[in-house]
Write a protein that binds this ligand. Sequence first.
Ligand SMILES: CC(=O)SCCNC(=O)CCNC(=O)[C@H](O)C(C)(C)COP(=O)(O)OP(=O)(O)OC[C@H]1O[C@@H](n2cnc3c(N)ncnc32)[C@H](O)[C@@H]1OP(=O)(O)O
Ligand SMILES: CC(=O)C(=O)O
Length: 525
Amino acid sequence: MTDDRFHVYDTTLRDGAQQEGLNLTVADKLAIARHLDGLGVGFIEGGWPGANPKDTEFFRRARTELDLKHAQLAAFGATRRAGVKAADDPLVAALRESGAPVVTLVAKSHDRHVELALRTTLQENLAMIRDTVSHLRAEGQRVFLDAEHFFDGYKSNPAYALEVLRTAAEAGASVIALCDTNGGMLPDELAEVVHEAVGTGARVGIHCHDDTGCAVANTLAAVKAGATHVQGCANGYGERSGNANLFTVVANLQLKRGFDLVPREALADMTRIAHAITEVTNVTPNSHAPYVGVSAFAHKAGLHASAIKVDPNLYQHIDPAQVGNDMRMLVSDMAGRASVELKGRELGYELSPETSRDLVDRVKDLESRGYTFEAADASFELLLRDTVAGERRRHFAVESWRVIVERTRGGELVSEATVKLHAKGERIVATGEGNGPVNALDRAVRAGLERLYPELAGVELIDFKVRILEGTHGTDAITRVLITSSDATAEWATVGVDENIIEASWQALEQAVTYGLLRAGHEAG
Ligand SMILES: CC(=O)SCCNC(=O)CCNC(=O)[C@H](O)C(C)(C)COP(=O)(O)OP(=O)(O)OC[C@H]1O[C@@H](n2cnc3c(N)ncnc32)[C@H](O)[C@@H]1OP(=O)(O)O
Ligand SMILES: CC(=O)C(=O)O
């Protein structure tokens, strides 16, 4: 159990699930809850039982299927409807019956919302809060209150917004989370309001949306102003522009402000957890996410690399290992000698200054012709090996290749490729059929080489990207092809560039196979 003096409260399964395009099954929710518990958050808001069958089911299954080590489950729901008793409101009953030790009630704190959206009086809204909190407290549940639109409400009628807060606290709510529901606040003005709220003596929490791009900054400002409960979502999921990214909030508070929120080993697993959650949500991870993005510690500029060579801290705000991430060097036309030296070291090669200079020149020349090495790690490694060896080394030589694309009478498009290769002293002629020219070429190469290199059976082409690049100096447009391949344990990317899309694809394919053979332990001749 985490320290009750400061709460890390996750709302991915409720507010995060309000993100456009996110649709979680009960099994997904259970899986995400386990990941969040692994991170060591204090509370996991599981959804709104009674509002939809899935959320009700989540709480039912959680009782037997979740064995949470750190977190407590919170059930989210609204205060009773106007004019009914809390005990008689079916949605309040669902909260009671959820079995969750904590209930988080959303309540109106903006006078206009009470009058226009709830269509009731300010006094009745206070009664709805008082009754629902005290009813659930009497039933043995701990109650937090999400004061919806608190900041906008405070601007409209500060006395009423603060009255909501006091009413909830007096009725037994142990935390009043001030919500920037429309996400329009900026840190300085938000901090002033939080300060006023803290002055009432109630325990204050913060719940921010990212509509101004300030959700994390606002959360930190609120903590500085006295909030002791932070809400947010994994990977910043949430309605519209999302909620405060809980991973960023936790890392900032723990690593920059000295809070002891989650176990150090769990923080060092945060990058993995963030990505594991994207696997469940099926949302492409944001590679530029602070702390946990794949690019969060990736360095492209040559000048950065030259300083990093002396001391990585010169261009990094923390050691990436603290959040389970890694430093990476990107090699591109912005690289200098230090970039390729460090990249070489990352790949297991110690490069001499001359080789580094030579490699930088080759990279810059090739990138000026449309190649991109930061997106094609395997092509860079092959280039590096060739530069070190002083010659182009491959496992097979290409005599020729040919592809025919045929539209059959039935309207089906079939591609057929023939490759003529030389490998291990043999001349090989092989054919392959596929649903497209690259697929056919891939099959033909494998058909030709698999007898000599059986490991190729385990190499797969998993992604193929084409980009047409503008021609320069009056030349025609050129095509860049990026191929991603994989074997049982890794993925790698290769690049080809030519005016002809099939030639560009062939270059990327040939390198993909070569790299796969190197990974399988075959040295190139
Ligand atoms: C800021 C936030 O993100 S809060 C979380 C919002 N999340 C959701 O809305 C997702 C889940 N919601 C739902 O499934 C549905 O909206 C339900 C089940 C809660 C309610 O559905 P319905 O009964 O069909 O009502 P509907 O959604 O049209 O309107 C909401 C009702 O709740 C009332 N209401 C809104 N906020 C509150 C509140 N804090 N306390 C009490 N009642 C409230 C509204 O006045 C409205 O009442 P009405 O039926 O008398 O008009
Ligand atoms: C409660 C909530 O999610 C909000 O006010 O944003």
